[in-house]
Design a protein around this ligand. Structure first.
Ligand SMILES: Nc1nc2c(ncn2[C@@H]2O[C@H](COP(=O)(O)OP(=O)(O)OP(=O)(O)O)[C@@H](O)[C@H]2O)c(=O)[nH]1
Ligand SMILES: [Mg+2]
Length: 201
């Protein structure tokens, strides 16, 4: 072993690092999602929801929730030895919109988490990524007690382009979130290849 070289003399693989956003409405499971897959202790910026915030914080449908993200979540996952994702969870509340442009800079793609009981809460995130041509997939976070809808019904309700992947997931399950991340990376790669091709032809 000579200064960090592996025993067999192979040069260490320099991984490609990609930035992925985890977005969606208030309390849809963004912080949970980053925490479920991150291999490092996720950085969180949670603050207590207070009585003072009640008039501005719309907690309908998430009454059990007592903290909220005020800046971002940050985590990391190695998908393959040569591919590392940095995950940035956005704050869910409208009053933190000013942070989004900062977080979105350099992002390869995004997951928009959706709760079918409050589907309209993810409209703003969908609009945001559509306008900026940032590839995104919809991750329907299947809360217990929420009605299950076919992915095509969700696609229709959100008026999505036919090529936007919609996947069902459980934000608490590592493997489930990992599947959504693989989907977003593949989708972004496919779009990038298509865009390259349309430039060269
Ligand atoms: N049953 C169930 N509960 C979930 C799931 N995902 C998240 N939760 C719970 O829902 C609540 C909200 O989760 P968070 O991860 O804080 O949501 P968030 O989107 O980060 O919220 P904000 O940052 O405030 O917008 C927490 O109490 C979670 O434990 C899920 O898939 N199923
Ligand atoms: Mg959060």
């Amino acid at each position: 072993m000579i200064f960090g070289r592996s025993e067999r003399g192979k040069s260490p693989v320099e991984p490609v690092t990609l930035k992925i956003l985890v977005a969606g409405g208030f309390g849809v499971g963004k912080t949970t999602c980053v925490g479920a897959v991150s291999e490092i202790k996720p950085l969180r910026t949670e603050e207590m929801l207070t009585e003072a915030g009640r008039p501005v914080d719309d907690t309908r449908g998430v009454e059990g929730k007592n903290t909220t993200t005020v800046a971002m979540d940050f985590g990391r996952i190695t998908l393959r030895e040569d591919l590392v994702l940095y995950l940035f969870g956005t704050p869910g509340q409208d009053r933190f919109w000013f942070l989004w442009d900062e977080l979105a800079t350099g992002a390869l793609g995004a997951i928009v988490l959706a709760d079918t009981r409050r589907l309209e809460d993810c409209f703003a995130a969908v609009d945001y990524f559509e306008r900026r041509s940032i590839p995104f997939v919809i991750g329907v976070n299947c809360f217990e007690g929420a009605a299950r809808y076919a992915t095509d019904a969700v696609r229709q309700a959100l008026d999505l382009d036919s090529d936007v992947p919609v996947v069902l997931c459980d934000a608490r399950e590592r493997e489930s979130v990992k599947d959504v991340l693989v989907t977003v990376v593949q989708h972004a790669m496919r779009l990038a290849a298509e865009r390259r091709q349309s430039v060269t032809t």
